[in-house]
Each structure stands twice: as structure tokens, then as C-alpha cells.
Design a protein around this ligand. Structure first.
Ligand code: SF4
Ligand code: SF4
Length: 179
């Protein structure tokens, strides 16, 4: 039977509150999907294809330039190539970029090469990125729903309260999977 999709929610406060209320529900949904997929021996690629289809109905309705919540609230992991690219984009020597923008010590504590200072990210201007064309790879990839949604569901669902894309995709995925 056809089930109507929920309306797209973009209000960050409502999303944060709903995700908090639904914390147990999200954990139960993850268990439901994992159990179904393993029991029916369905492939991870099949779930990725479904997530991509659902996301295609969500992403065009979310304006990241009116949100920027990831840039304000999440740590950004870095690799050396990110700093080289940022330096090119900001027209500064890599050392100068590293001094004001990159935190190597905080990265090392997480087992990463480095992280951006913040959050919020020091390159955020209002709700726009001052180095958008040269932004780090992890910024380009976020929220990275696929590939491997089946294996990455736990960290992805943990971002439902911060990212409207994740929140709305998960709400629609619940309907698509008869949750
Ligand atoms: S580098 Fe740009 S896209 Fe990445 S977190 Fe900072 S402001 Fe956001
Ligand atoms: S990726 Fe998510 S949190 Fe980041 S700006 Fe877009 S909708 Fe907002």
C-alpha cells in the first residue's frame, strides 16, 4: 500500500527536539533495518540504492546555505591535502592557514592528522563557507549517507538532530521500510 511521505522539516530547533525525543526510536529503527537485511540476506548495495532514492526526494528541498549547522556544530577531520587546498583557496602559505585554522593537537587526540579549529569552523562567514570551492574533503562528503549505509547507520543516525538532510531522509526511510 502506498504510504504518504512526511513533509520536509527544516526548522533546526524542531529537528533537534524531535531527534532527542526519538533517540530510542532511532536505535530501534536501526535494529529493525539491520535485522531485516541480515535475515533476508539482502545486500548492502540494495539498501544504498533505496537510501539514494529517498535522499533524491529530500536534498533538493534543503538549502545548506540557509542552514550551515554542520559547520557550526561538528568537528571537521583534516588530512594534509585539505590544508594545501585551503591555502591555495585562501591565497596564503600552508603554514599561515595551519596557524589560524587547523588544530593538530585535537586531531591527534582523536587519532586524526588534524581537525579544523572550533566548532564553529573559523571559515564560516554567516552561513557561508569562506573557502567553499577549496573546502576539506570531509565537508564535501557530509552527510555521506552512502555507500555502506547499512554499516554506518549508527553514526549517521546520531547526526539526525543536527542535519536536516539526515533527519528527513531517515523519516522517509522509516515510511519506505514500513517502520
Ligand atoms: S571549511 Fe567551509 S564547509 Fe567546511 S566546516 Fe568550515 S565553513 Fe563549513
Ligand atoms: S549538510 Fe546538513 S547540517 Fe550541513 S548545511 Fe546541509 S542540511 Fe545543514
Amino acid at each position: 500500500m502506498f504510504r504518504r511521505m512526511p513533509p520536509i522539516e527544516t526548522n533546526l530547533e524542531r529537528i533537534a527536539a524531535l531527534a532527542e525525543q526519538q533517540r530510542d526510536d532511532l536505535a530501534a529503527f536501526r535494529y529493525y533495518v539491520e535485522t531485516m537485511w541480515f535475515r533476508e540476506q539482502r545486500s548492502s548495495a540494495e539498501l544504498d540504492a533505496l537510501v539514494d532514492r529517498v535522499a533524491a526526494g529530500v536534498v533538493p528541498h534543503i538549502d545548506c546555505t540557509a542552514c550551515a549547522n554542520c559547520c557550526r556544530t561538528l568537528p571537521v577531520g583534516l588530512v594534509p591535502d585539505d590544508v594545501t587546498r585551503l591555502a591555495r583557496g585562501l591565497d596564503r602559505p600552508p603554514g599561515a592557514v595551519a596557524g589560524g585554522v587547523v588544530n593538530r593537537a585535537a586531531g591527534a587526540r582523536n587519532g586524526e592528522w588534524g581537525v579544523m579549529c572550533g566548532p564553529p569552523c573559523p571559515l564560516l562567514r554567516g552561513k557561508l563557507c569562506a573557502a567553499y570551492a577549496h573546502r576539506p574533503q570531509s565537508c564535501r562528503d557530509y552527510p555521506a549517507l552512502t555507500p555502506d549505509f547499512l554499516w554506518l547507520m549508527e553514526p549517521i543516525l546520531a547526526g539526525a538532530g543536527q542535519c536536516p538532510i539526515i533527519f528527513n531522509v531517515v523519516e522517509r526511510l522509516k515510511r519506505a521500510l514500513d517502520w
